[in-house]
Design a protein around this ligand. Structure first.
Ligand SMILES: [Fe+2]
Length: 262
């Protein structure tokens, strides 16, 4: 499994705070079943995290060297998680920010608590330039993104959606878990990634995640979410969309959540 959203580089954001911690995270993700990682440090203009491309390359090279020395077989690729603002296209053109592994896919995030008026415009401006935005973990945003139809419009226009493995497993609480399942049930998800931050939100067991997903949305959809589409993104190829989820799976999952909450 390729992890397309992972804060693996040290001292560039709220991820690992030392090279040792980055190496340890790689080791744990390897043990969890991850074979490749796209390093996606936060890029938040005005928010404190604005790593340069040079910094990302330097940190990646150092990490790769140590991984090789320690015989940890993990491929690392460059990327960013870009906080979406009006000027995202200009920043791409000015080489201030980068896409995922230099492909047409760019990982972007929006504010968690409000739906910004410019959300659709930002996505549209990227699409016009030939990029395909991947919206990071919308299951963690206010459900207004879905309820107002903004998220649906964005996806209809060509954006993709990545949800966190931890959201599926309940690490962010029942509300986020339910939102994650609702998005999958509405065929509004394309990729699952860990969004690991150092030792936080770590994907500990890929097989457990896979079992849980298969129970909910079937084998074929799970393969797309966990394996096919992350690899397609890495290789700059087209992703595959989800099939309709069987209604019984969704109702069973909801019923289970209600039972656990009472
Ligand atoms: Fe992230």
């Amino acid at each position: 499994m390729i992890d397309i959203h992972c804060h693996i580089l040290n001292e560039v954001d709220d991820g690992p705070q030392s090279l040792d911690e980055s190496v340890e995270l790689c080791r744990k993700l390897k043990d969890a079943g991850i074979s490749g990682i796209i390093a996606t440090p936060h890029y938040i203009p005005g928010g404190g995290y604005m790593p340069t491309l040079k910094t990302i390359k330097t940190k990646m090279d150092k990490l790769k060297n140590v991984l090789e020395d320690k015989n940890i077989d993990m491929n690392i690729y460059p990327g960013m998680e870009v906080f979406a603002d009006y000027d995202v296209v200009d920043r791409l053109k000015n080489n201030e920010i980068i896409s995922l592994n230099d492909t047409k896919y760019i990982l972007i995030e929006f504010p968690m608590d409000i739906v910004p008026k410019h959300a659709s415009n930002v996505v549209f401006s990227l699409l016009v330039e030939g990029y395909i935005p991947i919206i990071a973990h919308p299951e963690r945003y206010t459900s207004e993104y879905r309820k107002t139809g903004v998220l649906e419009d964005i996806i209809y226009n060509g954006a993709l959606v990545q949800i966190n493995s931890g959201s599926i497993l309940g690490d962010h609480g029942k509300k986020v878990q339910k939102e994650a399942f609702t998005l999958i049930n509405n065929e509004m998800v394309h990729i699952v990634a860990s969004d690991s931050h150092g030792q936080h939100r770590l994907l500990k067991n890929k097989d457990y995640l896979e079992t849980k997903l298969i129970k909910f949305c079937g084998l074929e959809n799970t393969q797309r979410l966990m394996y096919t589409n992350p690899l397609q993104v890495l290789e700059n190829k087209e992703v595959e969309y989800l099939n309709k989820v069987k209604k019984s799976f969704f109702l069973a999952e909801l019923f289970k959540n209600i039972r656990y909450n009472t």
